[in-house]
Structures are given as structure tokens and as C-alpha cells.
Design a protein around this ligand. Sequence first.
Ligand SMILES: *[C@@H]1O[C@H](CO)[C@@H](O)[C@H](O)[C@H]1NC(C)=O
Ligand SMILES: *[C@@H]1O[C@H](CO)[C@@H](O)[C@H](O)[C@H]1NC(C)=O
Ligand SMILES: *[C@@H]1O[C@H](CO)[C@@H](O)[C@H](O)[C@H]1NC(C)=O
Ligand SMILES: *[C@@H]1O[C@H](CO)[C@@H](O)[C@H](O)[C@H]1NC(C)=O
Ligand SMILES: *[C@@H]1O[C@H](CO)[C@@H](O)[C@H](O)[C@H]1NC(C)=O
Ligand SMILES: CC(=O)N[C@H]1CO[C@H](CO)[C@@H](O)[C@@H]1O
Length: 604
Amino acid sequence: MHHQLLNMPLFLLSVLCLYSSHASVPALRFSAFLDPTHQIYLRWDHNAEEAIMTFELQAHSTGWVSFGFTNNKEITGADFVIGGILPDGNVYFSDWHGVSEDTVLEDENQDYELLSLTQDATSTTMAFRRYFRTCDEDDLDITGDTLRLMAGYGTDDTINFFEGRIVHKSLYMMLLSTEDELHSPSIYHVYDLKVDDVSITSLKTKITLDSFSDRFNFEPRITPRNETLVHHILVYACGNASVLPTGVSDCYGADPDFALCSQVVVGWAVGGGSYMFPDETGISIGTPLDAQWVRLEIHYSNFNLIPDLIDNSGIRIYYTPELRPYDMGVLHTGLFTFPIHFIPPGVDSYMSYGICNTSQFEEMNGAPVPDMHMFGYLLHTHLAGKGVRGVLYRNGEQVTVLCEDNKYDFNLQETRNLKETVIFKPGDEFLVECQYQTLDRTDVIFGGPSTLNEMCLIFLFYYPRNNISSCLGYPDIQYVANELGQEASDEMEGMMAINLVDWDNETIKKAEKACKEAEQTVIIKTIDELVRNETSFIREISDTILAPCKDISRAIPAPWLKRQTEYKATPPTTAKALGAKSIFPLPPLLFLSWCFTWLLTSSV
Ligand SMILES: *[C@@H]1O[C@H](CO)[C@@H](O)[C@H](O)[C@H]1NC(C)=O
Ligand SMILES: *[C@@H]1O[C@H](CO)[C@@H](O)[C@H](O)[C@H]1NC(C)=O
Ligand SMILES: *[C@@H]1O[C@H](CO)[C@@H](O)[C@H](O)[C@H]1NC(C)=O
Ligand SMILES: *[C@@H]1O[C@H](CO)[C@@H](O)[C@H](O)[C@H]1NC(C)=O
Ligand SMILES: *[C@@H]1O[C@H](CO)[C@@H](O)[C@H](O)[C@H]1NC(C)=O
Ligand SMILES: CC(=O)N[C@H]1CO[C@H](CO)[C@@H](O)[C@@H]1O
């Protein structure tokens, strides 16, 4: 029987009803808890046309509450609001920034607009909005990158900022739809594809491969308490090979047959949640054209070398006989993962490139390749990765930056949808650019499977499917070695030569330039493991245009917010001596009413 796989939101958080919402703020579609103990809950929504983001923060405190953005969990340069309701009912709310790790200052330009502020016996709810870009040097841009959020609260209204509870969370905020907006089929089945009591030995990063099975799936099922160990999970479809191994084996191990299944169909990695495909599409299973077998690959990180770990993680799949219009496919793009990819140590920003040239797709597919409708993607690098971009070119011209995250967080890897489907035609080129930071490393990092090695990949989700599974590029390493003044007469010598380079700012720049201008070999694979290569080169990338700067305080004057106040963390001893209340002057009174809802009636 022909089925398609989807994912279904069966595990909706019931905690949402904990706080009752009020009518003031427009329906905000997205939500997340910002801390593991569920004391701080954020709802948000964005309006691309107006370039504005609306937030509603609920914190389990009747003291001050705070929310904002940081660069990398640092107070210095942080951009946030602090607000609350005084015991006498007066409201305070204003825009702040971090000047140093122990000083925060109220902004001269107030760029956040308060929409409502309410309080009950146990919690405070604060709704406000801000333009994506204010161009105030004390604010940070709200972008489609993985944002570093900061939230906090104090026990009372004395804003001893540094004595409050502060939490940090990485979040991608430009979400497009919630799972309840998607169509769920009336009939579906569930299948758990998982490992059974697999032992994770004490290798630093050990990789285990599991059973070939006849179904797929798409929701992480990480064994409780094993969350920090499971690094990423991939499900590969197997081609037409007649002999497939069964059981569990090491990845990249002795048995080459385990590598036969190379078409990624499902990816999940650290920090990701469940994912449901758009209404038009699902993964086809059960027809003669479909893979009969899949390979489940789980990568573990066991940095603490805990012995005798047992794991039962895997992925839960939801599948249905109510077919969607298109069967989907996954195209694996980026830099070929092997040691020709290298990143020098001690670099603040180093770029690597891998190109896919699709000019041979038609020939390799065995049938005309229909236009590929790209609808989603998953970015993947390891710990040194700081940014990933995927750029589409047609006839030598850049069509679009298909996807980008300039604040990539290794701990938050998830499948994301494109704003609208983007057509990929046979003959197009797709460039993947990865940015790395290696200030904490002393040795060259090479491409490879371990968390301490690096990768530079984008998995593209599209429909209707074709037979191509991967299209990965890598630079001519011999050329690169020669540019770095090393002798190398073939690829192997080129790779060895990289170890001999003396890394300083000059050789690093040379290496980056040489890798970009070197001819690339593009390796294309089909689901039947047919492999072909061709040459290509790296084109320039035109940056995406930033949202315009807008100033909310000019749009909606809020003169009462125009004050300047500073709070400086005081050494613990003097703080005690001073007494909390005297340190911080409370903001002026805005309204006088007890237990109220304050609304600024304005429409965006
Ligand atoms: C497997 O091979 C057969 C013949 O060799 C072919 O007809 C069929 O389409 C192949 N299946 C897939 C999934 O490629
Ligand atoms: C895959 O390849 C086979 C031939 O090997 C071809 O008949 C089939 O149409 C191709 N499938 C798609 C979706 O292009
Ligand atoms: C590169 O230059 C900066 C100063 O401009 C220096 O701090 C850094 O250590 C240099 N890196 C290497 C690898 O020499
Ligand atoms: C690329 O293809 C050519 C000819 O098909 C072959 O000789 C060469 O070894 C291939 N290169 C790689 C890196 O696979
Ligand atoms: C992609 O391949 C085609 C055909 O071989 C070639 O004309 C084109 O220049 C290639 N693109 C790049 C960027 O190398
Ligand atoms: C570190 C840790 O808590 N590991 C647990 C992972 O899950 C298994 C059960 O499958 C437990 O036995 C381990 O203790």
C-alpha cells in the first residue's frame, strides 16, 4: 500500500493553559519556554511587511521582568527591556543595553513599545513590540538568524539586574507556520525506528549504525537523560543493492556495505524538535519505486567518557494512506566531508565553500528532472561553525540566497521552511558557504564525522523527487597546497602538506582565498549509488538586503520613557551594606490603579 510520511504534533504542550491570555495583544502564533524549569514563557509573532516583531513575555514573578537579545550570552552589547508593576499598581517599562559585564544602562532612544502589562498573584505578563532594525547602536537587529535570547526576573521591583535570575536561549524566530495550521490526516499510523539497548562505549565520539528496517520516521525519540549524548540522527534510504547487512555496526567502519545507503530522508540534530511536512508533500513509502530499506545512523557525543552507557533513542514516524500531491526528496549539498576540507586554527572568521553544479542531473537521473520545488532545509556544521549560507545561481546569475543563518548554533539544528518554495532547475548551481571560528583551537581542523572534525552541509527538502541524492564539491587541494608554498604532486600529498603549513594571519588569508578560487570537483550520487564528477568554480555572493531601519519612538511618542538610568553591579559586600532599595531609583509613575490591564490601543 502506498503511504506517505508526515509528522504529527501529538505532544502539544498542555502547559499553555497555565496562564490565561487577554484580549489586548493580537494573536501571537509562536511560543516557547525560555528556561528548562518553565518559569519564563514567550509568545511572539512577526509582520514582515511592517518589519515588526511583537512579543508577550510571561514570567513567574511579581517583580521586574526582562527580555532581550545578546550577541553570545554576554551582557556587554545586550539589548533588552525591563518592565513591571509596582505594588501600588504603577507600571514601568523601558529599553536597556549592556555596557559591560557588570553595567547596564537605559537607552537614550526607546525603541520598544509597550502594549500591555498585567500581573496576577504569581506572574507578570508583558506585551511589547519592536521593529526588526532600529539602527540604534544600543539595539541588536532581529533577523532570520538563530537569535540569542536573554530573559530574566527579580523577586521584587527593585531592579537589581545582576541579582535577578537570567536565562539564555537560542531560538529561530522567523517561523512561518505552526503545526496546528498544517493539515493532519484523519488516518495515520506510528512507527518507532530506534536502537535497542545499544552500548555507547567510552570513545570520545562513537558512532553507531543501526538496523535496516522497512519504514521511515520523523520525530526524535531521545532516551530520557540521554539528550546530551545523542548528537544527531540521520535516516538514509538504501538504493537497489541486492545484499544489505543487518544489525548494528560502527559508522564509517570496516563493513563498506553499511555505507550503501546514502540518501538522507530524515535529519534531526541537537536542539531540534519535531517537524511536519507542508500539506503538498510527504515521503513516499511502500511502492516499488521507494527504498525498501533504510539505515538509521545515530551519532553520539560522550565527551565525559562515561562508561557503559546504554541508549534506546530513535525517531518516531507518522505515516498515512491519505496521500499528498507530491512525493518529496532530499538533496544533500555542501562540502564533501573528508580531510580535503580543512580550517586553520586561531581564526575569528574563516570561510569554506562547496558547490553543486546540476548540469549532469538529467543525464544521471535516467529520466527528465522536473523542476525541484525547494520548501525546507537543514543546515549542518560542527562546533566551529558560526554561519551557513546556501545560494542559488542560474545562467551565471545569483537567483537568491535560498537560506542563511549568520548566527548558527550547533546546539539548535532543526529543519526550517522557506518563506515560499523556490524553483531549482536542472543546470542551476547551488553554493554552500560555511563560516567558522577557531580561536579556541591550536590545531588544524579537518573535515570528518567526529564532532571535533568539521562539516559544511545543507540538506535541501523538495518535491517532486528525482533519483539524485547528493551533490557535493571540494577544492583542488594540490592547487591550495602549492599556493601555500608546499610541494604536492597529487591529492594525497596536498592533504598531507596542509599539516606542514605555519599558520599566521597571512597564510590563513592565503588558504581561504586559494580554497575559494581553486577549481572544485563536484561529486554527484544517485540513490542507486551511481557516482559521477565534474568540475566547477565558486561564484561571488551578493548579500541579502537588510530590512529598513525604523524608529518606533518617533512613530509613537512616549515622552515618559525619555530618561536615563544606570544600574551597576556592586561587589557583594557593598551591595549588602547599601541595601537593595537604595541602589536603584524606581522609574516615574505612569498610571494609578491596582490590578489592572494597561493597554496602548494602537494597531500595527
Ligand atoms: C531498482 O532497479 C530496477 C532494475 O535494475 C529498476 O527498475 C528500479 O527502478 C530500481 N529502483 C530504484 C528505487 O531505483
Ligand atoms: C529514476 O531512474 C529511473 C531509471 O533508472 C527512471 O525510470 C525513473 O523515472 C527515475 N525517477 C525519477 C523520479 O526521475
Ligand atoms: C592575527 O592577528 C591578530 C591581530 O590582528 C592576532 O591577535 C592573532 O593572534 C593573529 N593570528 C594568528 C594566527 O597569528
Ligand atoms: C572523476 O571522473 C573521472 C572520469 O570519469 C575519473 O577519472 C576521476 O577519477 C574522477 N575523480 C574523482 C575524484 O572521483
Ligand atoms: C556547471 O557546469 C556547466 C556544464 O559543465 C558549466 O558550463 C558551468 O560553467 C558550470 N558552472 C560552474 C560555476 O562551474
Ligand atoms: C547518561 C544517562 O542517563 N544515560 C541513560 C540513557 O538511557 C538509558 C536507558 O536506555 C539509561 O540506562 C542510561 O542511564
